[in-house]
Structures are given as C-alpha cells and as structure tokens.
Unconditional design. Structure first.
Length: 256
C-alpha cells in the first residue's frame, strides 16, 4: 500500500470551500455507502449523486438532527479530550492511496496525530454497542469503515469513538484500531465494485440517466429550433402586411 500526498487543508467543515474540496475525493463519510454497508444511503444513490453532481436534499427533520449533532460535538469535545488526554482539533485531510484520492474530515485529531476522534449523536442502540466492547468490535460496519478511512488518511494509530448528546450523563466511548489487512480488503472492494457485477449495474443505471438527460436536452434544443423557424415563417402581423404591400405594384400601393 503506497500512501502519498498526505495533506492538511485549511478549510472549515460545512463551508463552501470544504464542500468544493470534497468533490474531487472519495470521502470517509461516504465510505459506508460506497461499500454497501451504510445505514442511510444506497451505493447506487451515492454513485448517481457523484456522477450527476446533483446535491442531496435534506428534510427539515434531518437538518435539525445535523444541528443537534454539531451542538453535541462542541459540548462533548472537552469530555473526549479528557479520555484522549490531549486536545482534539477538527481537521480535514487528504491523501492518495495507491493512486486513489481519499479525504477524511475528522471531528478531532491530537497534535501528535496519534489519536483521531469520531463522535455520533446519542441513541440507545448505538450506545449499547459502544458499551458492549471496549475495542469497538461490536460497532456496526457502517461506523468501522468510516474510521478505517479516517485512520488511513490521517495516519493516526487509533480512533476514540464516542456516542453522546454532549452531557456527561450520556457520554460513552470505546477505542477502535484498524489493520493493514482490513484496509487493503476495503480498498479492493471499492476498486472491484467499479468492474464487478454490482458496479456494472450501477454504472449502467447512470449511463441510462445520462442518456435520458441528453435526450431531454436534445428535445429542448429541437423545440427551440422549431420555434425559431416558425417565427421566421410567420412574422408579426404588422410586418407581414407591410411585406405584402411592398410586393404590390407601385400604382396599387399609391391607391391604398
């Protein structure tokens, strides 16, 4: 595994520069969907959004959940720093792994780059899986593959995973570590999906989408051309009458 161009970017998560940066990379938050293990997004939907550039629209309820998550993250940072025994700074990093451009937006990273932090909004089911195993083995793949990429891109040794609403009463944590074998398997699954059966089906669907888009564009252009041709053949009424008068003999025009 060859890792090159590991870079820390001076962008604030959630801003337009951050969104534009993400466009050219496979991101850690999208890794679960890319590998078909996401709880929320289908792989085909992710590929369609990536290829068409059409941003996902979120409901008011989802927006409220995002806001609650950001608020809980800010309140939980001191609690997480107590567990990590050091400050945790939000950071966005990129790297190329075997030529594949990857990005990770970490909730926190220690100054020595040894510990990453990933936090999720409190829910009872997730909190139970955090408490079930101190090494994070009870977590769903949805969370593990995101941390795999965060550890890979950042170079951190392990990730502190927390589930919280920002209060000490609802704050649980576990440690997660990945392995070269696990990451290589995940990378091969991403690459294999491009040429495998599922990938072929996804891309065939995208090609159909692009063809439909081209057909609609052609139809719009054709309607515009027909409208222009019709306008040329049928000029405004006043212009038409004037043109016909111009075609009459001069004596007739004078009589009129």
């Amino acid at each position: 595994m060859n890792i090159t161009n590991r870079t820390t970017h001076d962008v604030v998560q959630g801003t337009d520069p951050w969104l534009r940066l993400r466009e050219g990379f496979k991101t850690a938050s999208e890794a679960p969907a890319a590998l078909g293990v996401s709880k929320y997004v289908r792989r085909a939907d992710l590929l369609r959004r990536k290829h068409t550039g059409i941003a996902e629209e979120h409901s008011a309820a989802t927006q409220d959940k995002f806001a609650a998550g950001h608020e809980a993250e800010a309140k939980a940072r001191p609690l997480a720093e107590g567990v990590a025994s050091g400050e945790l700074f939000p950071v966005t990093m990129t790297a190329e792994v075997d030529g594949m451009p990857l990005l990770a937006s970490l909730d926190g990273l220690t100054m020595d780059d040894a510990i990453a932090w990933e936090t999720k909004l409190w829910n009872e089911e997730l909190a139970a899986s955090v408490l079930a195993a101190a090494d994070g083995s009870a977590l769903a793949e949805h969370y593990k593959v995101q941390m795999d990429q965060e550890l890979l891109v950042s170079g951190a040794q392990r990730c502190l995973f927390t589930c919280t609403d920002g209060t000490p009463e609802r704050f649980v944590s576990c440690w997660y570590e990945t392995s070269d074998e696990r990451i290589e398997t995940r990378l091969s699954e991403v690459d294999g999906g491009e040429d495998g059966h599922d990938g072929h089906r996804d891309h065939q669907g995208l090609e159909n989408l692009h063809q439909e888009k081209r057909r609609r564009q052609h139809a719009v252009r054709r309607r515009g051309s027909l409208h222009l041709l019709s306008a040329r053949r049928c000029p405004p009424q006043g212009v038409e009458r004037q043109d016909r008068r111009d075609q009459l003999p001069e004596a007739t025009r004078q009589e009129g």
